[in-house]
Design a protein around this ligand. Structure first.
Ligand SMILES: [Fe+2]
Length: 428
């Protein structure tokens, strides 16, 4: 049986199809923009290759929007159709992608764990497992799934990048930086390793170092998909926000973030929204930016791919003046919550939906309302997914609302004390 570049057996007689699988692995691990193209090229040589169809399905599912999800379905069906005589690993992988497609994330995770226990060289499965753990906010298992396959992959810098991100998420910052730097020293073209180090430097407030690190590697990101290209530049923009260079942040927004985004991509949309909101929190007027972004959010209203993404959308829709869409989305979030399993339902009803209320209130300038809705969910934000850097945004909104409420209260108190020096005081 033929083997791919990782030494994993592949059920096909076509060398070109196997080459395509090796290329897909490289594209997936390097967040390359040719991932789908290499799969398509492989399918020309073997349209019955179950694994190539499963990778195509995984690619479309990772786009996290309904249209792409529909495109995943025929590939998944074909993968299942031709899975009769494939290897155990391939069968497990196809089952994992099927579980993902039907939102059985716990099942998908269990399958990726089994694959990586039995076939530790399958780094696409490690990456897939980390993806699910990331959105579940399960940072420890995100790290564990990479750590357990290290002995079999000491030659692979991409695994070091995955480890670096897991270590960073678990606040093991020194080890994370060392691992990310080591990956980059083996191969400069490892954008996920760059990203992990960027997180460390941001957490430690090493702004100038962060800019120097990321800008020195940015030339390698031209081969990245728009998700990581725009996200790595988003991290650079965050540093410039910390420096107070807001004009440069807006230039980056126009050139490397929203300017280079796939306008229909949820991840790219979330990054751009997050950047504008962070600028607003610093008092920068970005009101003219919201409409040109929010007009692309209509397909998101009933999608509910990830709760933390929905929080961004409702904020952007409200700021853009699309109040009807924002209301429709919040109603839809509620209906979606009721359709979920008890655990997931609790996350939506007790965390995501109150947080959405708080963000809409903040967008409308109703700071007391924002404060009241955000305060109870702060300690549970990790349940709705996203990285520390991404979730920190909601804490910043909360703090801003609290500050504005207190400022307003103090101003009212000053007036009341002038009118009734002894009796009056507003307390909340
Ligand atoms: Fe990040």
């Amino acid at each position: 049986m033929l083997k791919d570049a990782q030494g994993l057996e592949v059920s096909t007689n076509s060398h070109e199809a196997v080459d395509a699988i090796s290329s897909f692995t490289n594209q997936a691990l390097s967040y390359g923009k040719e991932a789908l193209n290499v799969v398509k090229q492989g399918l020309v040589f073997d349209p019955t290759c179950a694994m190539l169809h499963a990778y195509a399905a995984a690619y479309f599912l990772s786009q996290e929007n309904q249209q792409a999800k529909k495109q995943a379905v025929p590939h998944l069906r074909t993968a299942i159709k031709y899975s009769g005589n494939v290897t155990e690993r391939e069968k497990l992988y196809i089952q994992a992608i099927s579980a993902w497609a039907t939102k059985k994330i716990d099942v998908a995770i269990a399958l990726h764990e089994t694959i990586t226990d039995k076939y530790p060289r399958d780094l696409v499965s490690v990456q897939q497992g980390q993806y699910h753990y990331f959105y579940l906010g399960d940072k420890q298992r995100l790290l564990n799934i990479a750590q357990k396959v290290l002995p079999q992959n000491e030659d692979n810098h991409f695994l070091y990048g995955m480890l670096a991100f897991g270590l960073e998420q678990c606040h093991q910052l020194d080890q994370a930086e060392a691992m990310g730097r080591m990956a980059t020293s083996y191969n400069r073209h490892d954008p996920w390793a760059h990203h992990a180090v960027a997180h460390v430097m941001e957490t430690q407030g090493r702004i100038d170092e962060g800019i120097a690190w990321m800008e020195s590697l940015a030339d390698t990101w031209v081969s990245c998909n728009s998700m990581l290209y725009t996200h790595n530049w988003w991290h650079i923009a965050l540093y410039y926000i910390e420096r107070g260079d807001y004009l440069h942040v807006l230039q980056l927004y126009d050139t490397h973030v929203w300017g280079r985004a796939r306008k229909d991509s949820p991840k790219d949309q979330v990054g751009a929204i997050s950047l504008l909101l962070r600028l607003e929190l610093r008092g920068v007027d970005v009101s003219q930016y919201w409409q040109s972004l929010a007009v692309y959010l209509l397909p998101r209203l009933h999608e509910h791919a990830l709760p933390f993404q929905d929080l961004h959308y409702v904020y952007a829709l409200t700021r853009a003046g699309y109040t009807d869409w924002a209301n429709e989305m919040r109603l839809s979030m509620h209906e979606h919550a009721l359709s979920l399993s008890p655990n997931q339902r609790r996350q939506w009803l007790e965390v995501a939906i109150p947080a959405a209320r708080g963000l809409v209130a903040y967008a409308n300038g109703e700071y007391l309302n924002a404060f009241i809705n955000l305060k109870p969910v702060l300690l549970r934000l990790h349940e709705i997914g996203g990285s520390h850097a991404q979730r920190a945004l909601f804490e910043q909104v909360y703090r801003s609302a609290m500050h504005r409420v207190r400022s307003g209260r103090d101003a009212i108190n000053r007036v009341l004390i002038m009118i009734h020096p002894r009796k009056s005081k507003v307390i909340f």
